[in-house]
Design a protein around this ligand. Structure first.
Ligand code: FE2
Length: 429
């Protein structure tokens, strides 16, 4: 006996007319015209059913704090860091939890069911760590929250930061973070990468560093990150987040760097909305885009996930937990406009992101967790194009959010009726 059947689904790989049968929180069967019955059925009507959206890079401790205590006037990364420093002493556990829980509601509504969030460990009270560990437990039934111990002010530059980071790991934070480009010197940045990778190796933890989030082409900490990942046998467990300096690097050097990253089993996480907003701020014209070299990384065999990074916080005043908006921006900034490349951008907020953050049992194959989203779209490219409505969000076989299909009625004389944003059918010339 099945608990749920989704009828007539289209999958991301193009297969159509499939029924998905769910029991005991897992996908049991995926086949055409499933004869079984279930306690609940959803008719997908040929729309796209995808595993949930995954945000590989976020800051849940800062989310929804926009305007506190003031707005970032210059719009730069550095003013954002200074502003967050002003806000930190004013934070309360209660407010942190309330904002994070509110954001998780937004996420669920958008079909975003897994988030890797960095949490600042430079406040010796570790208020944000305590708050997000609490939130992680509260949302566990419906959202996978992974936490990264992130020394925002520099693990060597900020007094006590390394001790705080170790305490955060002892408290249950999952991943070792870092910010080498913010340390005092290039040498200290490199030293921070060594210390943090060794700490991760000792504890058997993954690494995810803010790395080279800079327009400085000489910010080359990703090379050091690849070196230590290789040296310590951390292949497949290390991610470099942002990597924006790669945008500005000399292409000859990048031709050496890319194979080193692939050999070290590194993953890359770009944050298109934030990179295009924060980078290039010191340029006049032409103004650099700043996002890392996504197509080149993919071609070299380095998996690339996209993150939202910020929503209504000291660095960014917009956002609504919509990973399709993130995918769309990544697609535009990287000029990834072939059909295959657009599908890669969808994967960067679904399957690739799940792989990069090590999410278990993810996907739509039998045996996977019954987590998925029914979208008002016919395929992944259409979903990105339309920022598709999440018709139903399912977690462990339970429907946890629904949104009515987007429809608009026209009131034009001679052209009455609803607008259909479906793509034109091929062959209609
Ligand atoms: Fe970040």
């Amino acid at each position: 006996m099945l608990d749920l059947i989704v009828r007539n689904a289209t999958l991301s790989d193009g297969r159509q007319g499939l029924d998905i049968g769910v029991a005991e929180g897992r996908i049991q069967v995926v086949e055409a015209r499933l004869a079984a019955v279930a306690g609940r059925e959803i008719d997908a009507e040929g729309q796209l059913v995808t595993p949930p959206f995954v945000d590989a890079h976020f800051h849940l401790d800062a989310a929804l704090s926009y305007g506190l205590p003031r707005v970032n006037q210059s719009g730069t990364l550095l003013e954002g860091i200074a502003l967050w420093g002003e806000l930190k002493p004013l934070l309360t556990q209660e407010a942190l939890v309330e904002r994070a829980m509110a954001y998780c509601d937004w996420a669920v509504a958008r079909g975003l069911l897994a988030i890797r969030s960095h949490v600042d460990v430079c406040d010796p009270r570790l208020l944000a760590v305590e708050a997000l560990l609490h939130v992680k437990e509260r949302v566990r039934p419906y959202l996978d929250l992974q936490l990264v111990a992130f020394p925002q002010d520099g693990v060597l530059r900020s007094a006590g930061a390394l001790d705080n980071l170790v305490r955060a790991l002892d408290m249950g934070v999952d991943v070792v973070g870092g910010i080498p480009h913010f340390e005092r010197t290039m040498a200290e940045g490199a030293e921070s990468v060594r210390i943090l990778c060794e700490l991760a190796a000792e504890r058997g933890l993954p690494v995810d560093m803010h790395c080279d989030e800079s327009d400085d082409p000489h910010s080359r900490h990703v090379e050091t990150l690849a070196y230590h990942a290789q040296r310590l046998g951390l292949q497949g467990r290390v991610a470099g987040s942002h990597l924006t300096s790669m945008h500005s690097m000399d292409s000859y050097y990048v031709s050496k760097l890319l194979p080193l990253m692939a050999e070290a089993g590194l993953a890359a996480i770009a944050n298109p909305l934030i990179n295009i907003t924060l980078q290039g701020r010191h340029d006049s014209y032409p103004k650099r885009r700043g996002m890392t070299r996504v197509p080149e990384l993919l071609a070299a065999g380095v998996p690339v996930a996209f993150g939202h990074d910020c929503v209504m916080d000291p660095w960014y005043g917009l956002g609504s937990a919509d990973m399709l908006e993130v995918a769309a921006m990544g697609l535009h900034v990287a000029q990834m406009t072939s059909q295959e490349a657009m599908r890669e951008c969808f994967a960067a907020v679904t399957t690739t992101a799940a792989r990069v953050i090590g999410l278990p049992d993810y996907g739509l194959a039998p045996g996977c967790r019954a987590d998925f989203v029914v979208l008002q779209a016919c395929d992944p490219v259409d979903a990105v194009r339309r920022r598709a409505t999440r018709l139903a969000v399912v977690r462990g076989g339970q429907v946890i959010a629904t949104t009515p299909a987007a429809t608009t009625a026209l009131h034009l004389s001679g052209r009455p009726g609803a607008v259909d944003f479906s793509p034109p059918r091929p062959g209609g010339a």
